[in-house]
Design a protein around this ligand. Structure first.
Ligand code: NAP
Ligand code: GLV
Ligand code: GLV
Length: 321
């Protein structure tokens, strides 16, 4: 009997494939940093039964038309805005993502980014490495406090709650906004529900952890920034598409808000000369929210489990429903 074929769009540690090689054939794009070109993917995945892909691959109607054997696509990410779910369902292709395994790691990064932006850690690091440190001074690289402040979490889901748990340790007042109230979170974490506009006007730190959908695209626009305090710090660890970046640049330039910490951008990778990278009060990271070695391994393993389960006639662990 022919073994089912699984195409993987990025290089994966060989030892992770070992447990599956007896029953499945793997074809991998062997590069670690460069995504597979779309035409190569279409050609090489043509006869695959399963696909493990990254958020760098756009899985749309045109792609799906070319890979007609596919039964399952496992995205190595919890966010799946790179996949046309409707088009996949119409072809009975099962989609899976990687919830839970990356929650705490991404919350660590989100809170770290908030701390780094508030306390100007990267500017301070550049300052000392560039040999600029001549004297100690009372207001040298003075930032703003985090403890006791108000944090507004937009998207109180898995990662939002993990950020709230960290914020509690800093004695922060925690506000959140979702489409629906989460009374369990309110009780367990002591968080307060507010409408988006109220949250924006009360928070010292606004943290975006909402998925990118038709509803959330550009939700942080000029109006949203105009409601924030002049001292507010905006943190985005969800997707760049939730922000109108032109409005963000304007808000930072005009000191409508104080600073931004950004792990994600509307077009990635961000070009070297992008205006956001020229601003002193922006901390920018190259989309590394879940990038710890342990978590990336857990994400790979979850994708492998999901794909091989579907191809063995079982229910995947984490389907997108
Ligand atoms: P989740 O558990 O599904 O949480 C998402 C939250 O957003 C839910 O509480 C949901 O509540 C809320 N939400 C959805 N649509 C909304 C809307 N239109 N308005 C207001 N709130 C809305 O997801 P998660 O696991 O926490 O992940 C969240 C996102 O983080 C992912 O989708 C991904 O884009 C991003 N992410 C980024 C990185 C990174 O590397 N930077 C890593 C992991 C995840 P309601 O349904 O009640 O609205
Ligand atoms: C990363 O951005 C993810 O959605 O997992
Ligand atoms: C600072 O280093 C202090 O001792 O207050």
């Amino acid at each position: 009997m022919n073994k089912p074929t699984i195409y993987i769009t990025r290089s994966i540690p060989a030892k992770l494939l070992k447990p599956y090689q007896e029953h499945f054939t793997f074809i991998c794009w062997e590069k670690e940093e460069t995504p597979v070109p779309r035409e190569v993917l279409i050609k090489d995945a043509k006869h695959a039964d399963g696909l493990i892909c990254m958020l760098t691959e756009e899985i749309d109607d045109a792609f799906l038309d070319n890979v007609q054997r596919l039964q399952v696509i496992a995205n190595l990410a919890v966010g799946y805005d790179n996949i046309d779910i409707h088009a996949s369902k119409a072809r009975n292709i099962i989609i899976t993502n990687t919830p839970d395994v990356l929650t705490e790691t991404t919350a660590d990064l989100g809170f770290g980014l908030l701390m780094a932006t508030a306390r100007r850690l990267l500017e301070a690091n550049d300052f000392i490495k560039q040999g600029k440190w001549q004297h100690w001074a009372p207001y040298l690289l003075a930032g703003t406090d985090v403890y006791n402040k108000t944090i507004g979490i937009v998207g109180m889901g898995r990662i939002g709650k993990a950020i709230a748990r960290r914020a509690k340790g800093f004695s922060m007042n925690i506000l959140y906004h979702n489409r629906s109230r989460d009374e369990i979170a309110e009780e367990k974490l002591g968080v307060t529900y507010l409408g988006l506009n109220e949250l924006l006007s009360e928070a010292d730190f606004v943290v975006s952890v909402v998925p990118l959908t038709d509803e959330t695209r550009n939700m942080f626009d000029a109006d949203a920034f105009s409601m924030m305090k002049h001292s507010a710090i905006f943190i985005n660890i969800s997707r760049g598409g939730v922000v109108d970046e032109t409005a963000l640049i304007q808000a930072l330039k005009e000191e409508q808000i104080a600073a931004a910490g950004l792990d994600v951008f509307s077009k990635e990778p961000l070009p070297k000369n992008h205006p956001l990278l020229q601003m002193r009060n922006v901390v920018a990271l190259p989309h590394i929210g879940s990038a710890s070695v342990e978590t990336r391994t857990n994400m790979w393993n979850l994708c492998l489990e999901n794909v091989t389960r579907v191809l063995s006639g079982k229910r995947p662990r984490t389907p997108v429903e």
